[in-house]
Design a protein around this ligand. Sequence first.
Ligand code: HEM
Length: 557
Amino acid sequence: KNLLDNASNLLTNLLSGGRLGSLPTAEGAVSDLFGRPLFFRSVIGFSRKHAAVLTRFILFKQHGSVYKLAFGPKSFVVVSDPIVARHVLRENAYSYDKGVLAEILEPIMGKGLIPADLGTWKQRRKDLIFCGWLKEVKMGGVRQDAVGIVLNLAVNVIAPGFHSLFLEAMVKVFTDCSERSISKFEKLLESENSEIEEIQFDLEAEFSNLALDIIGLGIFNYDFGSVTKESPVIKAVYGTLFEAEHRSTFYIPYWNLPFVRWIVPRQIKFHNDLKIINDCFDGLIKNAKETRHVVVYHSWKMILRYFSKEITHLSRFVHHILSLLHDDVSLLRFLVDMRGVDVDDRQLRDDLMTMFIAGHETTTAVLTWSVFLLAQVQYLRLIIVEALRLYPQPPLLIRRALKEDKLLGGYMGNEDGYAIPAGTYFYFCESPYFWDKPDEFAPERFLTPKANEGIAGWAGYDPSRSPGAMYPNEITSGFAFIPFGGGPHKCVGDQFALLESTVALALLLQKFDVQLRGSPDEVQLITGAIIHTKSGLWCKLRSRASVGAKQNQLVEV
Ligand code: HEM
């Protein structure tokens, strides 16, 4: 405990420029908090031995929706307030950055979107949004960032054309990969003695393979085939992800010290792994550049100018081009084909690596926790977002104030607001007041609008606020529910991930009846950058065909 407290002081030294002004304060030893309560929203599915996770809600009730968590002389701000979240993440977004998080990720992701400096981020985000591959269904709230009128035009007029085509192609990737997993389970079931009707799997591991195959195909049209085989690249990928997680949770960045990469075994391994992946990515980039489709080798500005009179034709034109490329709809293909100028190889590699890491473990976790909840009750619809509410990935959303700021409104109960000095660290989490029975697993909560109950400036929850959005989001919830963040840094892969999870779960549950092997309490949690199980999500799978019509009634996909 002492060791952890010492380490926590170091962490909070890193995490904060100093004491804050007049915010309510919660004092404590970090060992009472880290690795447990702050990271969890709920005790769903777990017995009272995990009851410590309630502490964050208790702190909320004691100190309000925005309070500083102080350890010794240092502190950071915990935010469970939609108005403050909207202010920091969207309205005043460029006055904040990600602080130590960016420093930790930089060696792995280089200048990819997550750790990038503002200038690089703006350019890359623009390219990525433009390419349409990751465009979200967004009718209610147009992105209010610095990308300008041309991009708005591109996003809203051209990208829907891309988007439906991409979506179709992506759903095919999701389906093909999920079917590969399912046929693996089916084969194993068939090869067992016919008396045995069920087989046991660690579904977390299986989902991890599935998500890896999908993201590989989606990002650079590379089939890892990890559901059925192991390769040096796959091992290297897991090694790197493991190190990324270690670094994101380890307090002292010792890996930055000179010579460490040649002395410390895990750092030697990390750099070897990174080299294997980089060589693989470089080969894919080289190949994509060599096979660039001449027909689309125009800058989008030229295309826009050419078709400026009849913009809808442009959309059709782009459709046509894309249909020529239907064999490869990866992000890499589009970044290479749709850019008028040569993209720097290094930047391309960093972009791909960032997407790759951001899109793999997160989706694995949402599938894992959805099944964990699902195997105890019989829901599917909305379960994915409910799983994200209860098990947010990543559990920490971090911001550091670059300049002084003032927080007003919400339910902080302070009319004068709070002054925030530069250097302050923020951590965002859900408030227990947004939903009825926030600790309960109740996917149907998202179906019913919820009025503002006296929270200054909060618009309440209203599913119709973002027509066309297939899943609840920060717009429908007025920033009360921010599973993918919000504002200019909002996740670019949200629709990809939600659709991927829905397809994978629907196909799995259509074929199999899934039950936990033991009791929910046996599934212990460990958190890092992602909330994992301690030793797998072991489940019993039964073929629905073999258990008869009665079981089939369970599937309401
Ligand atoms: C950013 C969550 C899947 C790529 C984010 C953020 C969150 C998030 C909360 C905002 C971080 C912040 O504001 O500090 C998730 C969850 C996922 C998921 C829960 C799955 C269930 C994906 C996928 C991709 C992706 C599939 C790529 C294909 C990114 C990138 C950013 C990001 C590049 C940084 C955006 C920027 O800073 O401009 N994600 N994500 N994510 N995500 Fe995701």
